[in-house]
Write a protein that binds this ligand. Structure first.
Ligand SMILES: [Zn+2]
Length: 78
């Protein structure tokens, strides 16, 4: 599997989180189970992407702050 850059990981997380934020209220408004599952799926997807890929590319430790520009563990630029 091709390694994702941190920018691509951030993009995937932002898109899937935004998708779930849109789909969940829309699904309850339309009373649509399919949309609800799609929203839940994208929410889980963003959590999985965060859990698996949101790491420092230099030391491999998991990053907590989504906005930091340097790694809190090794101090290198992200
Ligand atoms: Zn690091």
């Amino acid at each position: 599997m091709k390694k994702l850059t941190l920018g691509q990981v951030r993009f995937l997380m932002a898109v899937s989180a935004a998708l779930s934020l849109v789909l969940l209220p829309v699904s309850s408004a339309l009373n649509s189970t399919a949309l609800m599952y799609a929203g839940l799926g994208s929410f889980v997807f963003s959590a999985v992407v965060w859990f698996c890929f949101y790491r420092c590319p230099h030391c491999g430790k998991r990053l907590k702050q989504s906005s930091s520009r340097t790694c809190p563990y090794c101090g290198k630029h992200l």
